[in-house]
Design a protein around this ligand. Structure first.
Ligand code: GDP
Ligand code: GDP
Length: 462
């Protein structure tokens, strides 16, 4: 089963160098939008026989001195929360700095597993730094040189037992395949749902085109005029995230307007707000795509919604300025039709009409957010999945390229948030996308997972 490794540490210690080494040529995945700095880069990594997801907290170099500490902290915390294992990197040539200490503190408090890596450790110049690293209280430092590829075997040796542990955990939570489940047990799909607490609030991003009403909505939720709103697009504001108790639901809301002040030139506004969306989506668990009822589902809205889906976030579509709509019934029908047609990848995601200005519909929005979050956390027991798989295969067998039918042997849910499934197959590489789609749509229907992105991986048995 796959796990996630986050590479954290202060700027310039060599995080990106290691990231690139682990991800190799597949880096193309990472940044397809020129000029957009993504704070958290994610890639498919490979080390020996291990395959996993790696997250790099890139992009900190751009921060000014004032904001560096705060951003670094937030970004690191976010990466740590997303990861199963953290690789905390220090620069053995420089030795331990006060900033390293801050990182160590965050990791000690927050991370599940930490691997301390003393990088740039090729040659004797690094010896003192490696020894100093013990003082961080995170165990024995692993000597490495990301640039020269040294220490990769040791890293693999540290990751192997952890990878096995994650695999065992996944198996433990899965019941015996022969068991017949009762209705109640079947309902327990969301049993391990981590419900948000004030310490770990639900992370929400409100994204949408300029003037959709994002700030108005956030202000309404905060109950006071904390953010500037105005009719002209591109108004200057600071990037901001605020925590609030939304009728009993602890949430942290990310406003995405901050980067707009970089958009001096009017025609850049459109582009940048997509970049804003991109940034906020990375932080979010639930993404509220806010549309302006007068101009819904514009190109830009579609791109942001699609991005949220591709990033694997729970998505809720909210149509704003509903107070000024006259033909509400007809309009709602049109909206639903357009939604189904233009965003098939988000089939079943909630669509809620609201007025950020008057506050109407915000209670329904809250419910939709809660529901989307719950679905995003769904866990389906393995026994149930395998019975389901048998039924699906009987109803519609996989193809038989060159006369040999592809066999689907076994299936399990590898992850939640969003739900991810692994199917063991005799020829995973020959499986056509259409069959994968058939299974994904079936999962969505059978286990009631509307709207949430679903990942399905075909694996060979090896
Ligand atoms: P990041 O800011 O932490 O992502 O750091 P980078 O990966 O951008 O690396 C910062 C600098 O350190 C670059 O000039 C790298 O070439 C250099 N660097 C990275 N790894 C090593 C290493 O193992 N040894 C040495 N000597 N330099 C390295
Ligand atoms: P942002 O650019 O997405 O943050 O949008 P703003 O919150 O700044 O809102 C843009 C404009 O739309 C402002 O003039 C708001 O007063 C107006 N607006 C926002 N929400 C509503 C709403 O629910 N109804 C109406 N009629 N106007 C709204």
């Amino acid at each position: 089963m796959s796990f996630t490794l986050a590479i954290v540490g202060r700027p310039n210690v060599g995080k990106s160098t290691l990231f690139n080494r682990l991800v190799g040529k597949r880096l193309a995945l990472v940044d397809d939008q020129p000029g957009v700095t993504r704070d958290l880069r994610e890639g498919a990594a490979r080390l020996g026989d291990l395959r996993f997801t790696v997250i790099d907290t890139a992009g900190l170099e751009d921060a000014t001195d004032d904001s560096l500490q705060g951003r670094m902290r937030r970004l690191t915390e976010r990466a740590v929360d997303m990861a199963d294992v953290c690789l905390f990197m220090i620069d053995a040539r420089t030795g331990i700095t006060p900033t390293d200490q801050i990182f160590a503190e965050i990791l000690r408090k927050r991370a599940k597993h930490v691997i301390l890596a003393a990088n740039k450790a090729e040659g004797r110049a690094a010896d003192a730094g490696v020894i100093e690293a013990y003082s961080l209280g995170l165990g024995e430092p692993l000597r490495m040189s990301a640039e020269h590829g040294e220490g990769m075997g040791d890293l693999l040796a540290e990751l192997m037992p952890l990878a096995e542990e994650f695999e065992e955990q996944a198996e433990e939570t899965a019941p015996d395949t022969d068991v017949t489940l009762s209705e109640e047990e079947a309902e327990e799909g969301i049993a391990d749902l981590r419900w948000p607490t004030p310490e770990k609030p639900m992370q929400i991003a409100v994204v949408g085109r300029p003037n959709a009403g994002k700030s108005t909505l956030i202000n309404k939720l905060l109950g006071e005029d904390r953010l500037l709103t105005g009719p002209e697009a591109g108004i200057t504001r600071d990037a901001i995230s605020l925590q609030v108790d939304w009728d009993g639901l602890p949430v942290r809301i990310w406003d995405t307007a901050g980067m707009r002040k970089k958009a001096r030139v009017q025609d850049k506004v459109e582009k940048l707000s997509v970049a804003d969306g991109l940034r906020a989506v990375k932080f979010a668990e639930v993404v509220i795509v806010l549309l302006d009822a007068a101009i819904p589902f514009e190109q830009q809205d579609l791109r942001i919604a699609d991005l949220a889906e591709r990033e694997g976030r729970a998505v809720v579509v909210a149509v704003n300025k509903w107070d000024v709509e006259d033909e509400k019934q007809q309009k709602l029908r049109d909206l639903k039709e357009a939604f189904a047609r233009l965003l098939p990848q988000l089939r079943g995601a909630p669509l809620v009409t609201v007025s950020a200005k008057t506050g109407r519909g915000l209670d329904r929005l809250r419910e939709a957010v809660e529901r989307a979050y719950t679905v995003w956390n769904t866990r389906v027991p393995t026994a149930q999945l395998n019975r389901w798989l048998t039924g699906m295969v009987e109803a519609h067998p996989p193809p038989a390229p060159q006369g040999r039918r592809i066999k689907l042997r076994y299936m399990t849910q590898a992850k939640t948030r969003p739900p991810g499934f692994v199917v063991m197959s005799s020829h995973p590489d020959k499986m056509p996308d259409s069959y994968t789609r058939y299974l994904v749509n079936g999962l969505r229907e059978s286990f009631d997972m509307p709207g949430t992105p679903i990942r399905l991986y075909m694996r060979g048995q090896g």
